[in-house]
Every structure is written in C-alpha cells, then in structure tokens.
Design a protein around this ligand. Structure first.
Ligand code: NI
Length: 162
C-alpha cells in the first residue's frame, strides 16, 4: 500500500491532457492500487492519474467510499449524455473549495478495466458526476473551468490568492 502525494492547483500537470494507455503493464496496475489507496486516504470519491503526477488516461472512483468496490477506468470516453443537473462539487487538488457545477444527469462511459476487459457503464447520480469530473481531469480540465466565464475567473483569482 502506498499513499501518493496529491498534486494541487495550479500545478501544470492538472492542466495537461493525459495520454492513452496502449498496453496495461504491472506498473500501471501498481499505480492503480496506489491511486485507490490515495483516494481513500484523502477521503475522495474519485482520483485521476494527473492528480498524482502521471499523465495516463486512468481514473479510479468510489461513489460509496467502500473499500474493495472501487471502479477503475482506463482510456475512458463518454458515448452518450442525458439531461442536466447542477450540484456542488469539490476536488482533492483544490482543497476546501466547493461550487455548484452543471453536468449531464446521466452518462454512458466506455473504458478498459485493469484486466484488459471492455467496460460499458451507465452512470447516474454521484457516479455520473464523478465520471465527468475525472474524464475532465484526463483532458486537463478542472471543475473551476466549468463555472461559467465570470465565476471561473473569480474562482481562479481567489485560489491563486490574487
Ligand atoms: Ni478532481
């Protein structure tokens, strides 16, 4: 077990698009285990590889925060969105900052599991929000980028202490 350091805003790695994983190696599987440990240690419901300084398209999620029931998605993509819903959101890389974010209510996500099997998940509620938030991370996008122009600017000024 290893708890990794979570990278904080405005570190560049959070603003960079992660790369596709072409082959899942033992090192990737170790990284995934460490990401799961880190997510739980930090009390999070999701963690993207960018957040531990690794630019690979991998995220872990745990909507119920129950150990052993985590979801791992490699090379995820959203294939369908339905509805919209606005709810408060936070991020382990932006501590103590919460704002309502408009997201799709339901999403259909395709990904690869650590054992190489194809995953297709329909997500609603918190899991849907986690999926969208984490896939954003893999694209170098943070939830503060999703607040609308004026609110985004104000949020970033505040976070940078300007
Ligand atoms: Ni986040």
């Amino acid at each position: 077990m290893a708890v990794l350091k979570v990278v904080k805003y405005p570190d560049k790695v959070l603003l960079t698009k992660a790369k596709e994983v072409s082959q899942i190696t033992d090192a990737d599987r170790r990284l995934i285990r460490d990401m799961i440990d880190t997510m739980h240690a930090e009390g999070g419901v999701g963690l993207a590889a960018n957040q531990v300084g690794v630019l690979k398209r991998i995220f872990v999620a745990s909507a119920d925060q129950e150990k052993g029931r985590e979801l791992v998605c490699i090379n995820p993509s959203i294939t369908k969105r339905q509805g919209t819903i606005k709810e408060f959101e936070g991020c382990l890389s932006i501590p103590e900052f919460y704002e309502p974010v408009r997201r799709a209510k339901r999403v259909w996500v395709k990904a690869t599991a650590p054992d190489g099997k194809a995953l297709e998940i329909k997500a609603e509620g918190l899991l849907s929000r986690i999926f969208q938030h984490e896939i954003d991370h893999l694209n170098g996008i943070l939830f503060v980028d999703r607040l609308g122009l004026i609110k985004s600017r104000l949020a970033k000024k505040k976070l940078l202490g300007k």
